[in-house]
Design a protein around this ligand. Structure first.
Ligand SMILES: C[S@@+](CC[C@H](N)C(=O)[O-])C[C@H]1O[C@@H](n2cnc3c(N)ncnc32)[C@H](O)[C@@H]1O
Length: 259
C-alpha cells in the first residue's frame, strides 16, 4: 500500500479528468512518477479544484481555532496545516505517507508531524485534540466505523471534526464499473495526467455510509456543503469552471459531538 500513500495526493484534485476503472491493472511506472514530477507537492496550492473550490469550502466550516490543538488527518504536504497554524492553532499532522511528511515539515516548521494510518488506531491518548480537520483523505480509508470511533476517542468533549471527501454522486458517476450506488466498494482510478498510467485505489461509498458511522460514533451532523467554484476559479480556468459549477465534485462536513 505504500505506493498508494505516495501518489494518492495527485488523485483527487484532478479527479474529473481521470479515466476510471474499478478493476484497473498494474501499478506500473510508479517509482518514476515522483522523479519525473518534482514539485508536485506545490500543485495543491494553485490547482483550481483545490484552491478555489474544495479548500475554501472546508475552511469555511472551521470554527475559530486560535489557541486550539488540532489534528490534521491525512495532512499530505501540509496545505491545510498551514491554514490552521496561520489561524493560531497548534497542529499535529498525520499521514500514512513518509514522502508527504517530508514536504509538510519544511512547509510548516511549527507543526508536529507523525506517520500514521487513519485505518488503524491513532497513536494519541483519549481527549488529545480540540478539533480534527481532514481534507480529501477519508475516502482512502475502508472502515469508517472504526475511523469515526477513534476520532471521537481522541477528541475533547466539546470537539469537532471538519472533513472533505469526493462527492458520492460524482464517484458513482465517474467510476465506470460501479453499478450499485448503495454499495461501498474499492475503486481504482487510472491517473494519466503526467503521460503515464498510475492506478490509485480508494473507497467509493454512498452518502449514508458517510453519515451513519459518524452518528453511530457519537457525533451529530452540524453542517454539510456541496461547494460550487468561486469567482477566482472562473478566472483561473473558465472551461472547468462551467463543469464544476453544474456538477458536484466534493462534499464538506462538520460534525459535533452529540450531547
Ligand atoms: C489528496 S491528499 C490530501 C492532502 C492534504 N490533506 C491536502 O489537503 O493537501 C490525500 C492524503 O491522504 C493520505 N492518506 C491516504 N490514505 C491514508 C491513510 N490510510 N492514513 C493516513 N493518510 C492517508 C495520502 O498520503 C495523502 O497525503
Amino acid at each position: 500500500m505504500l505506493w498508494l500513500s505516495e501518489f494518492s495526493y495527485f488523485f483527487c484534485p484532478s479527479r474529473i479528468r481521470l479515466s476510471n476503472a474499478r478493476h484497473a491493472g498494474s501499478t506500473r511506472c510508479l517509482p518514476r512518477l515522483r522523479e519525473t514530477c518534482p514539485g508536485y507537492d506545490r500543485k495543491g496550492e494553485t490547482k483550481p479544484a483545490n484552491a478555489y473550490l474544495e479548500r475554501p469550502a472546508t475552511l469555511s466550516l472551521l470554527p475559530n481555532v486560535q489557541g486550539d490543538r488540532i489534528l490534521d488527518a491525512g495532512c499530505g504536504a501540509g496545505h491545510l496545516t498551514t491554514e490552521l497554524t496561520d489561524s493560531g492553532a497548534t497542529v499535529v499532522g498525520v499521514d500514512v505517507s513518509h514522502t508527504m511528511l517530508t514536504y509538510a515539515r519544511p512547509r510548516v516548521p511549527t507543526g508536529e508531524f507523525i506517520q500514521a494510518d487513519l485505518g488503524s488506531t491513532l497513536p494519541f491518548p483519549d481527549n488529545s485534540f480540540d478539533g480534527i480537520a481532514s481534507s480529501l483523505a477519508f475516502h482512502y480509508v475502508r472502515d469508517w466505523n472504526s475511523l469515526l470511533r477513534d476520532l471521537r476517542r481522541i477528541l475533547s468533549t466539546d470537539g469537532w471534526v471538519v472533513f472533505s471527501v469526493q462527492h458520492p454522486h460524482a464517484d458513482f458517476e465517474e467510476y465506470d464499473d460501479s453499478v450499485n450506488y448503495h454499495e461501498t466498494e474499492q475503486v481504482t482510478a487510472t491517473w494519466e495526467s503526467f503521460g503515464m498510467a498510475v492506478d490509485v485505489p480508494a473507497y467509493r461509498r454512498p452518502l449514508s455510509a458517510m453519515i451513519e458511522p459518524a452518528l453511530d460514533a457519537g457525533f451529530q451532523l452540524d453542517e454539510l456543503l456541496e461547494p460550487t467554484p468561486t469567482e477566482a476559479y472562473r478566472e483561473a480556468d473558465p472551461v472547468s469552471y462551467e463543469y464544476e459549477a453544474t456538477h458536484p465534485n466534493f462534499l464538506c462536513v462538520r460534525l459535533l459531538i452529540s450531547i
